[in-house]
Design a protein around this ligand. Structure first.
Ligand SMILES: *Cc1c(COP(=O)(O)O)cnc(C)c1O
Length: 413
């Protein structure tokens, strides 16, 4: 090993080709700005895929990382630790829940939730109550159980027989849900806003109907708040603005602001079905991750931060509407808080990636949510100057993509 020079090209030589990262390589971030190896700056609307809710290099998180890092990183679940107990207390004070299980990712939080729901149904009703109701286009993670439950078959195909007893229904279709939820249903899992599936908010009446059907049939309602949670929607958890309370809630992404941690939250009665040794994890709830998450929860849950999300949300949506007046490329701008999706018109169908690439060329990072939707999930603290300048860069990128299309159309004529 003598040459450790690395570039974007190195990715194609040394990595399993599961991703197709941007042409530039980020090396540093501060707030809502990121710099690459060439010293170019980018304004960050991607937030590490709805993760860096407090931006990059937040000084208070850095302080906790250093302090806890010099105390204790990991001890294993043969011992408990103070940060994880404080984190559980904080989350429980903010939600319906009174029990927490910590893991390292959203997929693992959902894996625990689905296993728990199956176990509760088994204990309470016997072996025949195992059906999990999920929705098309939903996303719940990449473990084999969670891709099987998720509503995007492309993620579960080609890996052998999938776990049985999972059904997929159209999202927001109350009638279909009421017909399908019954004696065999052990759980319904739903995202209050489908994130990866295209930034599609659930109709409150749909969630209410799911709650009632679950109660009627002794099934558990699981809200996957991995993307919508920790302030993203303008409420600490999105369910808090729906009038519907789940039995189990999963959370990850912004919970550690980039330090891996996920959690499953539930009630004492439901948690009691997981006994010592029935489920587990090596890293989950380690003191370093928990200390950071504790600080994230403390900061994000402040009324000022949540109010700021709603202000930024309105600004972002208004700006996107303005951009759309000029270019007419969006058929819908939707979402809540700082999880906003702009769906492209039919003329640009399938071209979200082109806009993301163009935005990078113009110094802005953003996401797609499927091939037809541009997604914005920036820091909840994004400075308003960055928001405005970032959207000016996005507008230039849109101008470039639409101009290129006009030229191609002319040439074809
Ligand atoms: C990202 C996401 C997951 C998976 O989280 P990982 O940390 O990548 O395992 C699960 N559910 C939803 C709604 C997500 O957005």
């Amino acid at each position: 090993m003598n040459d450790l020079t690395v570039t974007r090209q190195t990715f194609d030589e040394v990595m399993v080709p599961l991703f197709s990262p941007a042409a530039f390589v980020p090396v540093r971030g501060e707030g809502s700005r990121v710099w690459d190896t060439q010293g170019r700056d980018y304004i960050d609307f991607a937030g590490g895929i709805a993760v860096t809710a407090l931006g990059h290099s937040h000084p208070e998180l850095l302080k906790v990382l250093q302090e806890q890092g010099s105390q204790l990183w990991h001890i294993g679940n043969g011992y408990t630790n103070e940060p994880v107990l404080r984190l559980a207390k904080r989350l429980e004070a903010l939600t319906f829940a009174d029990r927490a299980f910590f893991a390292n990712s959203g997929a693992e939080a959902n894996e625990a939730a689905l296993k728990l729901a199956r176990r509760v149904a088994f204990d309470r009703f016997g072996a025949d109550k195992y059906e999990i109701v999920s929705f098309t286009q939903s996303f719940h993670g990449r473990t084999f159980f969670t891709v099987s439950v998720g509503g995007q078959p492309k993620y579960s195909e080609g890996f052998g027989p999938i776990p049985q007893g999972i059904i997929h229904l159209p999202y927001n279709d109350t009638e279909a849900a009421l017909k399908a939820i019954g004696a065999k249903t052990c759980a319904v899992i739903v995202e209050p806003i489908q994130g990866e599936g295209g930034v599609i908010p659930a109709d409150p009446a749909f969630l209410k109907a799911l709650r009632e059907a679950c109660d009627q049939h002794g099934a558990l309602l699981i809200f996957d708040e991995v993307q919508t949670g920790v302030g993203r929607s303008g409420h600490f958890y999105a369910y808090q603005d729906t009038g519907v309370t789940p039995d189990i809630l999963t959370t990850a992404k912004a919970l550690g602001n980039g330090f891996p941690i996920g959690a499953m939250l539930t009630t004492t009665a439901i948690a009691a079905h997981f006994k010592v040794g029935v489920h587990g994890t090596t890293y989950g709830g380690n003191p370093l991750a928990a200390a950071i998450a504790e600080k994230v929860v403390e900061l994000v849950s402040s009324p000022a931060v949540l109010e700021g999300v709603r202000t930024r949300s309105e600004l972002l949506k208004a700006k996107l509407a303005k951009i759309n007046e000029r270019f007419g490329i969006f058929k819908d701008v939707r979402g809540k808080g700082l999880l906003i999706g702009a769906e492209l018109t039919d003329a640009f169908k399938g071209r979200a990636k082109d806009f993301v690439t163009a935005a990078a060329n113009h110094g802005a990072m953003m996401l797609m949510a499927g091939p037809d939707v541009l997604r914005f999930a920036p820091s909840l603290l994004m400075p308003l100057d960055d928001l405005n300048e970032g959207l000016a860069r996005v507008e230039k990128a849109i101008e470039a993509v639409t101009a290129a299309k006009a030229t191609t159309a002319e040439a074809a004529r």
